[in-house]
Design a protein around this ligand. Structure first.
Ligand code: AMP
Ligand code: MG
Length: 414
């Protein structure tokens, strides 16, 4: 890893900054190859091509209202007192592909979205008439072009409607469909495989015995990955057996664009099996990042395809914060995008906070408008307070305490 991220062991004084670590990760990520996806599957993916209009939109003059197609000249003098009375020669509904022609001095009923007949140049809304069937009395004049949606009034043929790099949201899907596209070239949702490690882990829903805990990380990180637009798979409870970690990871490579492990990367020792197993590979770097929670981090690549791999700390809050700061932007980068950093805002502290010197704190908090209240229970195993938080207060590296009333930066949690 380059870009200013300092590997662990290259001097204990040098913690890697959050920014340097983020930058190093992003510089190591290559966007996924574009694939063609049908529109029904493309939402949340990032366009890898421009989408242009196959035809002008609309492609034919059509009515924007229910009413009567007329010649404007035939209703020019119409008023309540002396209506223009026209014979009604037919009806044109939306979808009618007949070649209708309006004779001067007559009207045709027309419905919203229906083709304006040749020879007509205006539509009189039904509200301006007596709603007649064989003959209609029209009480107001209509200008030429009234209530007509003209060819190309929305977009011209060949016009670029969506540009490469757009993350496809529902309105973009509508635009692509309106432009006649069945499929689009996109960078797909990355496939994230989450592996939780630890002999203590038990599946939720099964009985707990003393010494064990229910695995929350694999569910949490998979859910967070999905929330960030990825497809997520879970592999729970990889045992603390150094010989088993690499095979467990390699087994997942076929379905992974990113691997995320939790646990097993603390400060060393034989139980830090993830670190022990991956060190031997030489393609994963372990860092101490100047943050709390989440100091021990690892990132690198694994397998012939060089699949990016994150090793997140095991404590659930550390894993959560690490995911949001490091994995979330990487999911965007895999889609050739940079739109997934958490939104930030400034807010006023309602009570004082503390933070270790030299490390940036991310404190669970409740943001309410422009006021932010730190929660009690800030240790990194305390998942209950994470469940009450909607934001993280950022306390800079150089601050060790901040009083109530201070303005702080806050990350808004998704
Ligand atoms: P480790 O990083 O493996 O030393 O784990 C640090 C702490 O996080 C320990 O208290 C673990 O029990 C806890 N932990 C590790 N993995 C999980 C998990 N998947 N779900 C909940 N807690 C975990
Ligand atoms: Mg562990």
């Amino acid at each position: 890893m380059s870009q200013g991220a300092t590997p662990e062991g290259s001097g204990s004084a040098s913690l890697t900054t959050v920014e340097a670590y983020q930058k190093a990760i992003l510089s190591a990520i290559n966007p996924l190859a574009p694939v063609s996806l049908e529109l029904a599957d493309a939402e949340g993916c990032v366009l890898a091509e421009d989408v242009t209009a196959a035809v002008a939109l609309p492609s034919f003059d059509n009515s924007s209202m229910d009413g009567y197609a007329v010649l404007a000249a035939d209703v020019a003098g119409a008023s309540q007192e002396s209506p223009a009375t026209l014979r009604v020669t037919g009806e044109i509904a939306a979808g009618d592909i007949g070649a209708h022609r309006l004779a001067p001095g007559t009207a045709m009923r027309i419905l919203t979205g229906a083709q304006v007949p040749a020879g007509a140049d205006a539509v009189v809304p039904v509200e301006w008439t007596n709603d007649g069937n064989t003959e209609v009395a029209i009480y107001r004049p209509a200008d030429a072009g009234n209530a007509i949606r003209h060819v190309g009034g929305d977009a011209t043929a060949g016009e670029t409607l969506l540009t490469a790099g757009t993350r496809l949201r529902p309105m973009h899907i509508a635009v692509a469909a309106s432009a006649g596209r069945k499929a689009v070239s996109v960078r797909p949702r990355p496939r994230v495989v989450v592996l939780s490690t630890g002999d203590e882990l038990t599946e939720p829903g099964t009985p707990l015995v003393p010494g064990r805990i229910w695995d929350s990380n694999s569910y949490m990180i998979a859910a967070a990955a999905r929330e960030a637009g990825a497809v997520a798979f879970r592999r729970s409870g990889v045992p603390d057996d150094p010989a088993g970690v690499l095979p467990a990871l390699e087994e997942q490579l076929a379905r992974a664009d990113v691997l995320v492990t939790t646990g097993g990367v603390s400060m060393g020792g034989e139980h830090d099996v993830v670190k022990a197993a991956l060190r031997e590979l030489g393609t994963v770097n372990f860092m101490k990042v100047a943050m709390q929670p989440g100091m021990p981090q690892g990132f690198g690549v694994i397998g012939a395809d060089k699949v990016p791999l994150f090793t997140l700390p095991g404590n659930p809050v550390s894993a959560y914060v690490s995911f949001q700061l490091f994995v979330r932007p990487a999911i965007a980068a895999l889609q050739g995008a940079d739109d997934l950093s958490l939104p930030a805002t400034a807010a006023t502290l309602t009570s004082p906070v503390r933070s270790p010197s030299g490390r940036r704190s991310y404190l669970r908090a409740v943001l309410d408008g422009t006021r932010v209240t730190p929660l009690s229970g800030q240790q990194s195993h305390q998942i209950a307070s994470l469940g009450r938080a909607n934001a993280l207060i950022i306390v800079p590296e150089w601050e060790t305490q901040l009083p109530a009333g201070e303005s702080v930066d806050v990350l808004i949690l998704p």
